[in-house]
Design a protein around this ligand. Structure first.
Ligand code: SF4
Length: 439
């Protein structure tokens, strides 16, 4: 078969990165190999994100550049995929007439069929909200250390700022047999870590037969042979069950790490966000996990400048971040997204200057929390799974990996130990990572 080249540009979250991996894997069966150079590609795919206006603008600006490339190479195929594609639909073709395929989030597995059709000259919009059956699709995972495996798609929560329920649809669990088969294949291919992905992993199994929930799935995966790690993201605070916490304690391969977005530390703002908890409830959940799981890492997400947020309410978020000793947080200024409830509260919008200033203060607190969290581990011996090795500009050879509790560790080493588990003594805490020495 003639080999063609495909380049995929991925914006946004881990779910998009996982989708990109799947696209590469499916396209291999369509005769395409991956390239890192868009100029030599026969097909260009952008995997878009609509969580913020900035990402959406970036997607359109990128395909604008590709559209110009197509003028001198008319056979070039351009695919606009992901959340912005799901929302934009046929309008994308109007706005960017050089696009060959608009691929919605729930049609990912239709890609091999659609590729054949665009190669034959069709221009297609596929954004149906009926998920495309994946059972017959073959995927060749791109080699690496950590395999991202989606277990859930969509979300039913409708937080007032969030576009995900509109772009990814309602919650759906992937069939456990597909997840387990994918995990087995990844392990056989040499992957050493499996991260189960979902907007709300705690909802796993609600649409499956009784008893098939997240804890059950973790048990099935933990029973697979070999030395490897299992992680899962993201948890909705009040959906984390005691059963899941007990499962993390009990299962040797499941890592001590929870990502639990809090979004605001103020009860009034949380209500306006349609989050189903208050600060005291969130704190209780964190305290319980920390009490039961020593050395657990808890990370979070926060939004600065939600519509109507007062200075006092924002300060409650700063206090919460510090009081809970969160190990790390993703932070962002509020960005209104069309269709969402909060986007309609134009009169309550916070000025860009104030949002920027609040975000800077939030980041300052985040840095302090992160450094404090890292300092706990200086002098400790920890198991690290090496993810890459590099030679720095100054000639230093460094390998980098993660501890079970998701701390990044840099280690001087002149051997490439990628994919190996090593024991490391932590020698120094930096803001975002640790330094260590091989033991
Ligand atoms: S739970 Fe997460 S994905 Fe779902 S609507 Fe809220 S912020 Fe969005």
């Amino acid at each position: 078969m003639e080999t063609k080249k495909v380049y995929i540009e991925t914006l946004g979250c881990q779910m998009n990165k996982s989708d990109a991996e799947r696209m590469y894997g499916m396209l291999e069966y369509c005769g395409y190999t991956q390239t890192e150079n868009p100029k030599e590609a026969d097909m260009l795919i952008i995997n878009t994100c609509s969580i913020r206006q900035l990402s959406e603008d970036k997607a359109y600006s990128q395909i604008g550049v590709w559209g110009k490339m197509k003028k001198s190479k008319p056979s070039l195929k351009i695919v606009f995929a992901g959340c912005v594609a799901q929302q934009g639909g046929a309008n994308v073709l109007k706005r960017a007439p050089y696009v060959d395929l608009v691929l919605g989030t729930q049609r990912l597995y239709e890609l091999p069929n659609l590729v054949k059709r665009i190669e034959a000259g069709e221009r297609i919009v596929s954004i149906d909200e009926k998920p495309y059956d994946e059972s017959e699709i073959k995927i060749n995972r791109v080699k690496g250390v950590n395999a991202w495996i989606p277990i859930m798609e969509g979300c039913n929560n409708f937080c007032t700022y969030c576009i995900v329920p509109y772009t990814r649809g309602r919650e759906r669990s992937r069939k456990p047999e597909l997840i387990i088969a994918e995990a087995k294949k990844a392990l056989a291919d040499g992957f050493k870590e499996i991260t189960l992905l979902g907007q709300n992993v705690d909802s796993y199994g609600k649409d499956l037969p009784e008893g098939q929930n997240l804890s059950w799935l973790l048990r099935q995966l933990n029973a697979l042979e070999g030395k490897f790690r299992i992680r899962f993201v993201t948890n909705y605070p009040t959906d984390i069950t005691e059963e899941v916490i007990e499962t993390v304690i009990e299962l040797d391969k499941v890592c001590e790490y929870f990502h639990i977005p809090m979004q605001s530390g103020d009860d009034f703002v949380l209500k306006k966000m349609n989050r189903r908890y208050d600060y005291a409830t969130y704190k209780k959940i964190c305290d319980n996990i920390r009490f039961k799981i020593p050395d657990v890492t808890i990370t979070s997400d926060f939004i600065a400048g939600f519509p109507g947020e007062t200075e006092e309410q924002f300060e409650n978020t700063l206090k919460a971040m510090t009081e809970l000793e969160l190990d790390y947080s993703n932070t962002a200024a509020y960005s209104p997204r069309e269709k969402t409830v909060a986007a309609k509260w134009v009169d309550l919008y916070i000025s860009e200057d104030v949002k920027t200033e609040r975000l800077a203060r939030l980041n300052e607190h985040n840095r302090a929390c992160c450094l404090k969290s890292n300092q706990k581990y200086v002098g400790r011996e920890m198991e690290v799974l090496i993810e890459n090795s590099e030679v720095r500009k100054n000639g230093d050879k460094v390998i980098t990996g993660r501890t079970r509790n998701n701390k990044i560790v840099h280690i001087p080493c002149d051997r490439d130990l990628t994919g190996k588990f090593v024991n490391v003594e932590i020698t120094r805490a930096r803001t975002w990572y640790l330094n260590g020495e091989l033991v």
